[in-house]
Design a binder for this molecule. Structure first.
Ligand code: 5GP
Length: 125
């Protein structure tokens, strides 16, 4: 059975997409810790990041870097990079924009309109 993220890649589940290329995709986390909380995934489905081929790993991290630079430019924010992977068995990096200082245990409730507004601000076409 496909992971929930593969279903997003295949368009079977909707998402607020930020970026896509041949090997990677990025979309807003549905349960964000900060506004702009983004998940960057490889299109190939593996559980752990270190199971990726060198080529797919490099593609994933290049997208993480590209989006961090973009978020800093667009939001004026730094980004925290986080790998957890306890909930969804499809490799992914969390990108969390934040101002000045990082605090643990963050959470924000966003309306659909707010998700769309952030998506519009962050998306790279
Ligand atoms: P982790 O596996 O790194 O512990 O957490 C998985 C992350 O994926 C969580 O932050 C969760 O909110 C997010 N997530 C789970 N299901 C979906 C989904 O269907 N769509 C989106 N956009 N994010 C999801």
């Amino acid at each position: 059975m496909s992971s929930i993220f593969t279903k997003i890649v295949n368009g079977e589940i909707p998402c607020y997409k930020i970026y896509e290329d041949e090997k990677t995709m990025a979309f807003l986390d549905i349960n964000p810790e900060t506004p702009g909380h983004t998940l960057v995934i490889p299109k190939v489905e593996v559980d752990k990041i270190y199971e990726l081929s060198d080529e797919d790993y490099t593609a994933l991290m290049n997208t993480v870097k590209k989006l961090s630079v973009h978020m800093e430019k667009v939001l004026g924010a730094r980004t925290l990079w986080k790998v957890i992977g306890t909930d969804v068995p499809h490799a992914h990096v969390h990108l969390l924009p934040f101002d000045k200082t990082w605090h643990q245990d963050r959470h924000v409730e966003l309306t659909e309109d707010e998700f769309k507004e952030i998506q519009k601000k962050l998306e790279i076409k």
